[in-house]
Design a binder for this molecule. Structure first.
Ligand code: SF4
Length: 359
């Protein structure tokens, strides 16, 4: 059975692009019954961007809540927080001693982001090493990745090879990509949906807000008036239709757009209906979970305890082949009581509506 590993940063307000482009695919892979799922809230990765420390815990819990609301069943998959499993950071250092700086400086994301700043933090450069550690620690064999993460996964594969070669051991399998091909653009129709660009529909936005945002969303600019035909393939509204509308509706809007048989308002109204079918159950589950933060914390504590079991077994192997004392430097292998090593998460107040993406 393949082990899938994936994670999202707790940047707050997971949006429709996160859900349709990735989270929904995680749920499908998990529900296929062919994969063991390990889903992490990668809070340490969030340090590479500007963030407010006082908000991090709430955002981390909220991200886990959305995982669960979207359909990741903690009975069937591990859900945990990266910083709760210290082995990620230990492995990151060991991997940094077999990875090559040239490989890191070639990363497109590093080049793009470093061009935006006068002074670049080292974490921005070494981010892919932590990502490789996240994946390799669990010996994951399948990683869902969008186009912008393919290069980082390739780096993780290279790093696994470098490590195995350097220590003449077969510790890490090379993780394969599971391509995530659907790319939802933002409401501006220009760039990827992204919170930093302010062009998102939050997954937990109330229906009125979703309606307002879709109403103002960018479409095919050629359709200046209703009687001018459009090209659905270049329209982000149509891309969303392909993700959430039934096939007959997708065909109807595509033909209606090309022949000017329908206007953009009609098209958006049909999309709203389809979106509501998808989003109502998620909102409802999130509402319930937001009133039970202790339940989310229990899932995260149990998830961390299970994750530590896997991580400590891997690190024992790693230390052994590297020449360290495997028996005394890490947690001994063996049963770990669920929740026994995790401290209670501070703050147990229900998640307020504004932190749930409502506006
Ligand atoms: S009719 Fe629909 S697909 Fe065509 S341009 Fe308008 S919103 Fe886009």
């Amino acid at each position: 059975m393949a082990t899938i590993f994936s994670g999202m940063q707790p940047t707050g307000g997971l949006h429709l692009g996160n859900y349709l482009g990735a989270l929904r695919q995680w749920v499908k892979l998990l529900n296929s019954g062919e994969h063991k799922g390990i889903f992490c809230v990668v809070d340490a990765h969030a340090l590479t961007i500007d963030y407010e420390p006082k908000e991090l815990l709430a955002r981390t819990r909220e991200t886990a809540m959305v995982y669960m609301a979207a359909g990741i069943d903690p009975e069937r998959a591990l859900i945990f927080v990266q910083s709760d499993v210290k082995e990620h950071f230990e492995l990151q250092w060991y991997l940094s001693c077999v990875a090559h700086v040239g490989e890191l400086t070639r990363m497109t994301q590093f080049k793009e982001k470093s061009e935006q700043h006068e002074s670049v933090k080292a974490g921005l450069l070494t981010y892919p090493i932590l990502m490789a550690a996240d994946i390799l620690l669990y010996k994951a064999t399948l990683v869902p990745v969008g186009a912008d993460q393919v290069q980082h996964l390739e780096f993780a594969r290279d790093t696994a090879r470098h490590f195995n070669h350097r220590y003449r051991a077969d510790v890490f399998p090379e993780p394969k990509p599971h391509p995530l091909t659907l790319r939802i653009k933002g409401l501006d129709g220009q760039a990827k949906m992204s919170k930093s660009r302010g062009n998102t529909i939050s997954l937990l936005d109330p229906p009125k807000t979703v309606k307002k945002k879709i109403g103002g969303a960018f479409t095919d600019p050629a359709r200046v008036t209703r009687d001018i035909p459009g090209t659905p393939e270049i329209c982000n509204i149509y891309t969303m239709h392909t993700a959430v509308s039934p096939p007959d509706k997708v065909t109807y809007v595509a033909e209606g757009c090309r022949t000017a048989g329908i206007g953009c308002g009609d098209c958006k109204a049909i999309l709203l209906e389809s979106l509501e079918v998808e989003l109502v159950p998620i909102r409802q589950k999130a509402e319930v979970l937001a009133r039970e933060p202790a339940r989310i914390d229990a899932v995260l504590q149990d998830g961390a305890a299970e994750a530590r079991k896997i991580a400590s077994a891997t690190m024992r192997e790693v230390r052994e082949v590297m020449g360290f004392n495997a028996d005394t430097m890490g947690a001994p292998p063996g049963p770990v009581q669920a929740g026994s090593q995790a401290s209670p998460r501070p703050g147990s107040a229900p998640i307020p509506p504004d932190a749930r993406g409502a506006s």
